[in-house]
Design a protein. Structure first.
Length: 317
């Protein structure tokens, strides 16, 4: 399933390296699945990836902005990376630097963070390390989650060429596809597994979270990359970990209809990316048109007097 080895990884980085314009494809084909690609090297790879692509849900302008700047790091993101590392690559424990200051700002924090991040360390607090270990133990204590992660590889990098129909013309050349990349939390015999830490673990609340954050589109993107590389994709799963104690763990399996809905959205986003690259225009939410404003329904009745309907109700009875 995997090609492996440092030389192979360096070859892919060289093969896919290049200018900032990442989505131009002119007869180029590059499809790879590699484990053990350092996260920083993965970020250097060109290609449309979900974290940036999801900004298309708001507008092409926001997507372009996400491509042109690094994502702001936050304590929540660092805790997420630490938890992922402890669960998905236990054979490669993360190099952690524990920050003992009171606040994560100011001269002392900046110097501490810069020193340790330059050395490749993940800067967290002692309490965050303890929380990540508790979440790891909760996952391994859950039978379904443990079985899903029983075989396969964690933090798997996938690159592929995504065909686009109809093609777009760019600089006098027909563009037939988009370079894509993904970093799968887990790829194993049961399929693609994504870990998510959240406050929303019940079915109803998690479904709303998925819809709001387009997580079903993320799974569709990952599935497309696996299929493009000729690998049987299996099923698609979420292992959802409650971010606060008692760190409940719930496993959700996506239905085919969920993946199809995500794929429709993903194809629309990719087509729009190609169109914007071809035109050189990245419109915002309103584009060049005015939008007719509409209050939400609850606000439309605010301030109106209550109507006594008791007589009407009695007459109907």
């Amino acid at each position: 399933m995997f090609e492996h080895g440092g030389q192979a990884v360096r070859y892919v980085l060289l093969l896919l390296g290049g200018a900032r314009q990442l989505h131009r494809l002119r007869g180029f084909r590059a499809m790879t699945i590699f484990p053990d690609v350092p996260f920083r090297d993965y970020l250097a790879l060109p290609g449309a990836h979900f974290t940036s692509l999801a900004h298309m849900a708001k507008s092409p302008l926001h997507y372009r902005r996400a491509c042109d700047r690094e994502r702001d790091d936050t304590p929540a993101l660092r805790l997420g990376r630490l938890t992922h590392a402890l669960i998905l690559t236990p054979e490669l424990p993360p190099d952690v630097a524990l920050f003992d200051g009171k606040v994560r700002r100011g001269q002392y924090w900046n110097a501490f963070r810069d020193e340790h991040e330059a050395a490749g360390r993940l800067v967290v607090r002692d309490g965050e390390l303890d929380a990540a270990k508790r979440m790891r133990d909760a996952v391994y204590s859950n039978r379904v989650a443990r079985d899903l992660l029983g075989d396969g590889r964690g933090e798997v990098t996938v690159t592929w060429e995504e065909p686009i129909e109809p093609p777009a013309r760019w600089d006098g050349t027909m563009v037939h596809g988009v370079r894509c990349r993904a970093r799968l939390d887990w790829l194993g015999s049961r399929g693609v597994v994504e870990l998510k830490t959240t406050r929303h673990t019940t079915l109803h609340s998690w479904a709303r979270e998925v819809a709001a954050r387009s997580y079903h589109v993320q799974h569709a993107h990952y599935r497309a990359g696996v299929v493009a590389n000729g690998v049987e994709p299996g099923e698609n799963w979420w292992v959802v970990i409650e971010s606060s104690e008692p760190h409940d763990v719930v496993t959700y399996r996506l239905r085919q209809s969920d993946l199809e809905a995500g794929e429709r959205v993903r194809q629309g986003w990719l087509q729009r990316v190609v169109e914007c690259e071809a035109s050189g225009r990245w419109p915002g939410v309103g584009g060049d048109e005015a939008i007719e404003f509409q209050l939400p329904e609850y606000a439309m009745t605010e301030g109106l007097e209550d109507v006594d309907m008791s007589g009407v109700t009695e007459a109907m009875e």
